[in-house]
Design a binder for this molecule. Structure first.
Ligand SMILES: NC(=O)c1ccc[n+]([C@@H]2O[C@H](COP(=O)([O-])OP(=O)(O)OC[C@H]3O[C@@H](n4cnc5c(N)ncnc54)[C@H](OP(=O)(O)O)[C@@H]3O)[C@@H](O)[C@H]2O)c1
Length: 318
């Protein structure tokens, strides 16, 4: 492995923190561009950069120095349309332009498997940057992971308190192969050296098998030694919420933002985080590549034992 000088974006986020650790462990020199504070990872440097300002990216970020690679785990924290286009698209374009001038040859981008079926603004923003990166002439690895543990952990507390696990329909409408922060971080970091991952779009899940929301609930109750209890909401309820908020949003702009969040909720309630077969239009668990060793149910066990904390993040549906 050749030691590289890496610019890391999003190092203060969940996957970015883990990726900073993975890059440092592999011996790379890591410089994090952050908007506040510092990346809390020993061995990584931090620079305060306003990624929405091309001048700041060049003068505060790259500073006329040579870099080998960019790894980006940066993403809008809300997924709201304006923020997504500003960060997932435009800020990345700013960095891409400055990176080329700084001699960068490789760009590893954390994207999302859900962009395969783009119905939401943030997915279109991500796809627009993916496309710019592919056309940039840099060697790219576009990593599209399935669901993160934090997005599947929002019900641990309510179930522990004796309440039922909430599902849409019968809880088997969707499935995913959850991936841990550290397994994803290792996968991202290894993209820098693994030629088989260059100039490719890489859907990636954690160790299988694929699991449904019902499986998640059953595992939680089993870990707590209680009989499973589910409460079901019809998908039509989500449609009503989206419809009402969209209509009201035309009159009151703050409600338009809430309507988009409701659309995000409906999306994750109805779409699987697995590879989509373009011919059949169906999600395919067997076609979804796997990496790593950490399982969601081991993580649930650790959270229930107080050995890990369930950080939910801003995209949490429940
Ligand atoms: N949740 C899931 O299950 C899932 C599944 C597949 C893919 N994904 C994708 O993974 C990504 C989210 O990863 P994550 O959970 O690690 O994200 P996160 O914890 O929300 O971190 C986002 C990072 O982006 C930075 N950022 C956001 N807005 C910024 C701005 N205006 N200027 C500078 N930096 C900014 C944040 O910096 P601050 O700390 O300063 O805010 C933070 O470092 C998204 O692209 C998402 O679509 C998520």
């Amino acid at each position: 492995m050749i030691r590289q000088r890496v610019c890391l974006l999003g190092a203060t986020g969940a996957i970015g923190r883990a990726t900073a650790r993975a890059l440092v462990q592999r011996g790379h020199e890591v410089v994090c561009f952050v908007r506040a504070g510092a990346a809390a990872v020993d061995g990584a440097a931090s620079r305060l950069v306003d990624v929405s300002d091309p001048v700041s990216v060049t003068t505060d970020g790259f500073q006329g120095e040579r870099f080998d690679s960019v790894v980006s785990c940066m993403a809008s924290r809300t997924g709201a349309p304006k923020d997504a286009w500003a960060i997932d698209h435009q800020a990345h374009l700013n960095v891409l332009t400055a990176a080329k001038a700084a001699g960068v040859r490789r760009f590893v981008l954390l994207s999302a498997i859900c962009v395969q079926r783009p119905l939401l603004a943030f997915q279109h923003a991500k796809l627009a940057f993916e496309s710019a990166l592919i056309q940039s002439g840099l060697t790219y690895s576009i990593v599209r992971p399935t669901a993160f543990f934090k997005s599947l952990s929002g019900q641990i507390e309510r179930v522990r308190k004796g309440r039922p696990f909430l599902v849409f329909g019968d809880g088997t409408l969707t499935a995913c192969k959850p991936i841990s922060d550290d397994d994803l971080a290792a996968y991202l970091a290894d993209c820098l050296d693994d030629e088989s991952r260059w100039n490719r779009i890489l859907p990636i899940g954690g160790p299988g098998p694929a699991i449904t929301p019902r499986d998640q609930g059953e595992a939680l109750f089993a870990l707590l030694g209680r009989p499973p209890r589910f409460s079901s909401a019809p998908v039509a309820l989500l449609d009503v919420i989206v419809g009402v908020l969209s209509a009201l949003g035309r009159i009151a702009p703050p409600l338009a933002a809430k309507a988009e969040l409701a659309r995000i909720g409906r999306y994750y309630g109805t779409q699987s985080m697995l590879v989509l077969n373009p011919t059949t239009g169906r999600y395919d668990a067997d076609a979804t590549p796997e990496t790593g060793t950490q399982t969601l149910f081991d993580y649930y066990r650790a959270v229930l034992a107080g050995e890990a904390s369930a950080e939910r993040g801003d995209h949490a549906v429940f």
